[in-house]
Design a protein around this ligand. Structure first.
Ligand code: MLT
Ligand code: ZN
Length: 473
């Protein structure tokens, strides 16, 4: 059989023009490796269409040639979801040139954006119109809307606005046969058969290629208040969350947990990071309140809750941001966790969720289980306590060989997941399945659930050209 790729590349070049195709390995290098460096693949070309019609043409040509496609946005996947395999037969489809904000409508509270717009650019466009896009993740400067939706990203504001899928009203998707589905409807109610958009959200590029979306907005906050709190325990953190919810249920914008170990790594490795408290602690909470009401008295409410929690011994110490710069500095202590962990050495990530009430029990049990598995292993639990999503990351023992540590990633993940299961949780809360976790699917989602997923895949992508090797084992 002749190699279909040379003729396919000629056809793509003719269809998309010279800007539409990268083939020089120096140009494609940044697209074949994930940022965590878990996977290094090979590709004959990175295709860079300029609009949905060109994406459709790309998919049509690839389908005709039987050549698989790996859709890629900002390449910020935590699970290798956007990396081609090592075989050299998969094209990377970059959505980066579809980077227009098509509309922002403050009356309908919607925005229509193309897949390659970064999350940050989308947030800024919303803010310029007096609105807020209620999705915030650490990688928002690079992550693109298409990838954010394809992976159903979560992040810091899920406690208030839900996950990416909760923000989607409409989608434009290129199907595996090259048809374009224009579902860019801006409707709050639309009860017309299967909710196709929800099928593509979270499908990680295995069912279709998202090229544009209509997202829900809310009115921009008029007041925010942020505090870093040293708390007595993970239980105290949960208790504090309950108190904020009881005081003003609509005000909590983010409620993040950090361990003393993780924050210690940030203070050690991140230049300029400093602890605005009298002494380090074993447990911390970062809380952000926000309201669109001008007269909500948010700051006073924050102080009231913190004072009573201090009196009751839940909170040991707290620092409230007095300026935008201080707010950013507090958030930096949280957002630099992944980077600091990387600088400390090798780490294995576990992006897991349990019911919110189970978070403290889960953290204690998983810490114990990992210590039993590997003496000296350092547990770094942190993340979105307000929605039950904890990043139960494990750092290598001090002085251990990083390669030796990473070679045990499955044993470590399986140990954590066994505890997750005891608490009725999930092995992937917000990062998705990608290439890292399909092997977990039969055990966790086997039987009728995985069977239905396979049938959906077979119906929408019978030739299996969309992101093969991801999600489904
Ligand atoms: C975060 O919330 O910072 C990331 O999702 C976590 C990670 O690095 O595991
Ligand atoms: Zn996270």
């Amino acid at each position: 059989m002749t190699d279909p790729i040379p003729a396919l590349l000629d056809a793509l070049r003719a269809a998309l023009g010279p800007a539409g195709l990268l083939t020089d390995p120096a140009d494609t290098a940044g697209y074949v490796e994930d940022w965590r460096r878990l996977y290094r693949g090979r590709t004959p070309a990175v295709v860079r269409p300029a609009d949905a019609a060109q994406v459709a043409e790309t998919i049509r040509l690839c389908a005709a040639a039987g050549v698989p496609v790996v859709p890629q946005g900002g390449n910020t996947s935590m699970v290798g979801g956007a990396t081609p395999d090592a075989g050299g037969g998969q094209l990377v489809l970059s959505l980066a040139r579809l980077n227009r904000v098509r509309a922002v409508d403050p009356r309908d509270l919607t925005m229509t954006v193309e897949a390659g717009v970064t999350l940050k650019a989308a947030q800024e466009a919303a803010a310029a119109a007096g609105c807020l896009l209620g999705l915030s993740i650490g990688s928002e400067g690079s992550a693109q809307i298409g990838g954010v939706l394809a992976t159903n990203a979560g992040g810091n504001n899920t406690v208030r606005y839900g996950n990416a899928r909760d923000l989607v009203l409409g989608l434009e998707v290129v199907l595996a046969d090259g048809q374009v589905w224009n579902g860019l409807r801006r409707l709050r109610k639309d009860n017309t058969g299967y909710a196709l958009r929800q099928l593509f959200v979270g499908s990680e590029g295995t069912l279709g290629v998202i090229t544009a979306a209509v997202l829900k907005l809310v009115r921009a906050p008029k007041e925010t208040a942020v505090a870093l709190c040293a708390v007595a325990s993970a239980e105290a953190a949960l208790d504090l969350f309950g108190r904020f919810q009881a005081h003003d249920p609509g005000a909590v914008m983010a409620f993040e947990y950090m361990s003393g170990t993780g924050l210690g790594f940030v203070l050690k490795h991140i230049p300029g990071a400093s602890l605005p408290l009298a002494a380090p602690a074993d447990h911390y909470v970062l809380v952000e309140l926000a309201t669109p009401r001008p007269d909500a008295g948010l700051r006073a409410g924050l102080e009231t809750v913190l004072e009573s929690a201090l009196e009751d011994g839940l909170v040991l110490d707290a620092a409230i941001a007095e300026s935008e710069a201080q707010r950013a500095a507090l958030w930096r202590l949280r957002e630099e966790h992944s980077e600091a962990q990387k600088r400390e050495g090798a780490s294995v990530k576990n992006d897991v969720s349990v019911p919110v009430s189970a978070v403290p029990g889960f953290i204690a049990a998983a810490t114990e289980a990992c210590a039993a598995l590997m003496p000296g292993i350092r547990a770094v639990p942190f993340g979105h306590l307000g929605d039950g999503n904890i990043h139960f990351n494990l750092e290598q023992p001090e002085g251990a060989d990083p390669a030796w540590f990473l070679a045990q990633d499955h044993a470590i993940m399986d140990t954590v997941n066994a505890v997750v299961r005891r608490f009725d949780g999930s092995f992937s809360a917000e990062h998705g399945v990608g290439r890292l976790k399909p092997y977990m699917m039969p055990e966790w989602r086997g039987g009728a659930e995985l069977d239905a997923m396979r049938r959906i895949k077979a119906a929408l992508d019978p030739a299996g050209i969309l992101n093969p090797g991801k999600v489904l084992p």
